[in-house]
Design a protein around this ligand. Structure first.
Ligand code: SAM
Length: 292
């Protein structure tokens, strides 16, 4: 087996061979620690039956670990300069396909139909470009893809918000948006030193496994997410204050909001960060007939 791409020596060799320079604007921080990569693949529960979607293969550090463990890997890379490098570094692996596309513009459902028709277990595994972490994860979840889950490296601070529980300062509308679809947990904290160039912040590996059905059943999903967002708009304000500022004509319709809170059994003086996912569901269902 060839030496891992994800070592400082081999990464530097590859970069020099191709005269490659990092683009900060594309979130290019490459992993140079094979142990971290092994940890990511293990946490994704990959087998030779698994199809993997990778976002941002870079020079292939994670991709080769995925290719060794999974049935097939399809990787989206936005930076054209990396294509010849990937063709070289990944040449030992026949089960990898690189697509040159911005993942945010890609039709992933169609790609799955074409590339993973015979695959029952599909996982998204990536060391994400940090400038677009949240839009990428939300796109993956909102498109209803037939995936088992997502295991990704991201900024630790974003990971903390994704996996946060009610009553903590990290808990917010992002926690609700993601935990609605998945069980989310941090599986590893990763120091800056395992990347080149080193990012400014620490990182974490987060595992999000799709729930069989959403965490709460609500009358209207869009409205539910809007109510959650509104409730966290000004964290120091009470729920009542945030709702009167956020709902249409809220200030004039205070008594209707108070009635809905009462019907949902939620004290108007509470802060958004204390509400569980279930309580947001009950509240949004009580408000939906009035404001939806
Ligand atoms: N997987 C490699 C590793 O772990 O060393 C590289 C990870 S690096 C953090 C992020 C990668 O995502 C870069 O290769 C970058 O060019 C790519 N990228 C950035 N924005 C992207 C987008 N919108 N769609 C697809 N790839 C993107």
């Amino acid at each position: 087996m060839q030496k891992d791409i994800a070592t400082p020596v081999r990464t530097k060799e590859i970069m020099e061979k191709y005269g490659f320079s990092f683009k900060k604007s594309l979130g290019q921080n490459f992993l140079i620690d094979p142990n971290v990569l092994r940890n990511i693949t293990e946490n994704a529960g990959l087998t030779k039956e698994t199809g993997v979607i990778e976002i941002g293969p870079g020079i292939g550090a994670l991709t080769e670990h995925l290719a060794r463990t999974a049935k097939k890997v399809v990787a989206y890379e936005i930076d054209q300069r990396l294509l010849p490098i990937l063709a070289d570094t990944l040449s030992p692996y026949e089960n990898v396909k690189v697509i040159h596309e911005d993942v945010l513009k890609a039709d992933i459902n169609q790609m799955i139909d074409e590339e993973f028709a015979d695959v029952k277990d599909i996982m998204v595994v990536a060391n994400l470009p940090y400038y677009v972490t949240t839009p990428i994860i939300l796109k993956l979840l909102e498109k209803n893809l037939p995936i088992r889950g997502i295991v990704v490296m991201l900024q630790k601070e974003v990971g903390d918000r994704i996996a946060a529980k009610p009553g903590t300062k990290e808990y917010g509308s992002l926690s609700i948006a993601i935990q609605y679809y998945t069980t989310a947990e941090t599986v590893m904290i990763v120091p800056k030193s395992v990347f080149i160039p080193q990012p400014n912040v620490d990182s974490a590996v987060i595992r999000m496994l799709l729930r069989e059905s959403p965490a709460v059943s609500v009358k209207n999903e869009r409205f539910f997410f809007n109510i959650a967002k509104m409730s966290f708009a000004q964290r120091r304000k009470t729920l009542m204050n945030n709702l009167t500022s956020g709902l249409p004509d809220g200030k004039k319709r205070k008594s209707e909001i108070a009635d809905a809170l009462d019907a949902a059994g939620i004290e108007p003086s509470r802060r958004g960060e204390t509400l569980s996912m279930g309580e947001f569901g009950t509240l949004s269902d009580a408000l939906f007939p009035i404001f939806g």
